[in-house]
Design a protein around this ligand. Structure first.
Ligand code: COI
Length: 439
């Protein structure tokens, strides 16, 4: 244990101590963390057992009690290993970073979750599995503020970390979080569907949280429909007439029947963010013109992957000092100055105290906007135009990138500055790629 770590532990705030149903302490004292690092060492030394999407589908397809119990115990033993890796990452941060608002809170949440998982007894039957699912759901809800808290803390700490270290730390934290939530949510969904045949039900066919015939066009249409419902808070008549002109049309072409197996929430999160950016940029660029040029979404079903290209005429993406997509994905203020913008920090503070919607479906459905960086530094088109939009916390584009790459896909942005942007989303179709290495 280094002195840095010692100070780190000593500086961590402790949330109120409550007990859950199983009598576990919900939070251990900071001093205890210090002595219990031996346990952490044991878990952090283990490798994560990474899975492919196909493995998740094959295992969950024929669910019975035996398999469900196996799934519960896999989640019960796998999650503390993945959390331990990230607690180690947090412990390796400089003290000045750890003391930033938000970071200590995340550390405390992770430590508490690590202890709860580590102590959770083996699941041996369906009623114990019910308790386990309730436990998982509570942790999923409790961790809702993790992303805005981390983002707030790391934005504030940005002057103290080199951009590469900051971005690789954030990537590991976010990929790992997605992976843990996927495993927990998948298990809860498998439990709910035990005894039901989701292939014959009125719902779309799915195994746990994975939809086995996800229709890309239907997801695009759904996101466009939701985006068109965005509230408009016009404050005067001139704005009212601008708003009444509506959002640009989205033309969908290409392989309209394309279907593949994927996590619907991940796909729709990405599509929603990309379409939202395209609509807003188009609206802003052409706000004084008689008509808005349409956005084109082209679907391509390849042999190994599916692709979506979204092309807009919203004026392009990059303007100094933002020069590349990696700047847009960055959490460092050196690469992306909007990270230190007071309005964004304020919005992050609010999101971090309230928590963001727990699932992507809720985010999309509730139009909980995680607005992206698709604005020139220092400029906010909606605010300039007098719109009071959804809270903008600057996570939509980096999160979309992480969702896209999680199972080996990609997200690329090509800007034709002064004209428009083409965004290329590629997602693997066969489900044979392992989860990201950072889990
Ligand atoms: C998170 O949401 O940050 C988690 O780690 C959740 C997981 C422990 C179920």
């Amino acid at each position: 244990m280094s002195w840095q770590c010692y100070y780190f532990h000593a500086g961590v705030r402790r949330p109120p101590c409550r007990s859950n149903k199983l009598g576990h302490s919900r939070s251990l004292s900071t001093a205890l963390h210090f002595y219990q690092n031996r346990q952490l060492d044991l878990y952090a030394a283990k490798e994560a057992h990474r899975l492919t999407l196909r493995q998740l589908v094959f295992f969950g397809r024929q669910m019975d009690e035996d398999r469900l119990i196996k799934s519960a115990n896999y989640v019960r033993t796998e999650l503390p290993v993945r959390i331990a890796h990230r607690i180690r990452d947090l412990q390796a941060l400089p003290y000045v970073v750890v003391t930033q608002e938000g970071v200590a809170r995340v550390y405390e949440l992770y430590w508490s979750a690590f202890e709860k998982f580590r102590r959770f007894p083996q699941v041996t039957n369906l009623s114990e599995n019910e308790i386990f699912c309730e436990f998982l759901q509570n942790i999923l809800d409790e961790h809702a503020p993790v992303i805005p808290s981390l983002s707030l803390g790391l934005s504030l700490a940005s002057p103290h970390l080199p951009p590469d270290s900051l971005d690789s730390f954030m990537r590991r934290m976010l990929v790992s979080r997605i992976s843990r939530r996927v495993l927990a949510e998948h298990h809860v969904a498998l439990t709910k569907s035990l005894g039901k045949n989701s292939f014959n039900s009125h719902e779309d066919p799915h195994v746990g949280i994975i939809y086995t015939a996800l229709n890309l066009k239907a997801s695009i249409d759904k996101c466009v429909k939701l985006l068109r419902k965005r509230p408009r808070n016009a404050v005067n008549d001139k704005e009212e007439s601008l708003f009444n002109r509506g959002w640009p049309e989205v033309i969908v072409d290409g392989h309209l029947d394309a279907k593949f197996a994927y996590i619907r929430e991940h796909l729709e999160y990405i599509l929603f963010e990309l379409l939202k950016n395209a609509m807003r940029a188009t609206w802003f660029k052409h706000r004084d013109a008689a008509t808005l040029p349409p956005i084109c979404a082209t679907i391509v079903a390849g042999e190994n992957d599916v692709g979506v290209r979204i092309s807009d005429q919203g004026g392009g993406l990059f303007s100094a000092p933002i020069q590349s997509a990696s700047d847009l994905f960055s959490f460092s203020h050196i690469r992306n100055a909007t990270r230190m913008d007071d309005n964004r920090l304020g919005a992050l503070r609010t999101a971090s105290s309230r928590g963001v919607k727990a699932t992507v479906a809720e985010q999309v459905g509730g139009l909980q906007a995680n607005e992206t960086e698709r604005v020139q530094v220092g400029k906010d088109p909606e605010r300039e135009a007098g719109i009071a939009p959804h809270q903008r916390i600057g996570l939509g584009l980096p999160m979309s990138n992480i969702f896209a790459t999680y199972f080996g896909g990609s997200l690329e942005l090509v800007s034709l500055d002064e004209w428009g942007t083409d965004v290329f989303l590629r997602l693997p179709k066969l489900g044979t790629n392992l989860e990201g290495i950072e889990v």
